[in-house]
Design a protein. Structure first.
Length: 271
């Protein structure tokens, strides 16, 4: 019985000894997280004021917040009384194990760093990569977020994005619109070419320099095909493309220029 009381007294003494440290550590953790949140907001406002590149803002804020939180947790553990040398050794071993388990995540982190260093794209660019097409909304520590043209959110890991092929449609101020239009073999090539020429010359968003290009490119099975190439400002690409698809059909119909469709003649012989 005396032994039980002795152990109880020992536990009570330990609780009284560690309770203030534990309470202080919890209070420090709560206040520290609040301060880190306030500092992070301040850093974001400062970057907004300095008009820093939108591509860098989320990455720097996330990295800054993580580093501060790691430092806070280490400080709190030290306040409880854990020996930091032992803790750092344990943390190192745990870090190695976690690193091996999360090799893909670390690859994504490294990919994010490479993207921010070499800047193959930035926020607002129209990007085609990893089988997706969309506008870059945000570059995070591990992922890049795109918005598709129909407003879907696409999340792509930075590891594959940094090492794979991509097409950035926003790096050049102009783009070439490539189109193909077919007419029938019985139709007048010069008339059709004149119609296409007139549509391009009169469209206000088709650039004069570089000049557009129109030529017969193929004598196909059912049609004579024209290749039409026009240069436009990058933002006007789809407007010009869709305008030409609709207007060429209307103008060909108006001028009695046929647009053939695949057909096959069948001859039946009676024996």
């Amino acid at each position: 019985m005396d032994e039980i009381f002795a152990k109880s007294d020992q536990l009570w003494s330990m609780a009284l000894a560690y309770a203030p440290k534990l309470l202080l550590a919890i209070l420090t953790l709560i206040v520290g997280l609040w301060i880190i949140k306030a500092i992070t907001k301040g850093v974001k406002k400062l970057m907004d004021k300095k008009e820093m590149d939108e591509t860098l803002k989320p990455f720097i804020i996330s990295l800054f917040s993580i580093l501060l939180k790691v430092m806070l947790v280490i400080s709190v553990i030290g306040m409880i009384g854990v020996q930091m040398t032992s803790f750092i050794a344990i943390l190192g071993a745990a870090g190695l194990a976690v690193g091996m388990a999360l090799s893909g995540t670390l690859q994504n982190f490294a990919g994010g760093v490479m993207i921010l260093i070499f800047k193959p794209f930035k926020v607002g660019d129209l990007l085609e990569a990893q089988g997706y097409l969309g506008v870059v909304k945000e570059i995070q520590l591990f992922n890049t977020i795109l918005l598709s043209l129909d407003n879907k959110t696409i999340i792509i890991p930075n590891g594959g994005l940094s090492t794979g092929s991509m097409i950035n449609y926003s790096t050049q101020p102009t783009r070439r619109v490539d189109m193909t239009f077919g007419i029938g073999y019985a139709d007048d090539i010069d008339k059709a070419k004149g119609i296409l020429e007139g549509l391009l010359v009169n469209h206000p968003k088709v650039l004069k320099d570089p000049a557009h290009f129109i030529a017969v490119s193929e004598l196909a099975d059912s049609s004579v095909n024209f290749t039409v190439r026009a240069w436009v400002n990058a933002a006007d690409y789809w407007e010009v493309f869709f305008y030409m698809q609709e207007t060429v059909k209307k103008e060909f119909d108006k001028n009695e220029v046929g647009i053939p469709f695949p057909q096959r003649d069948i001859h039946v012989y009676n024996h």
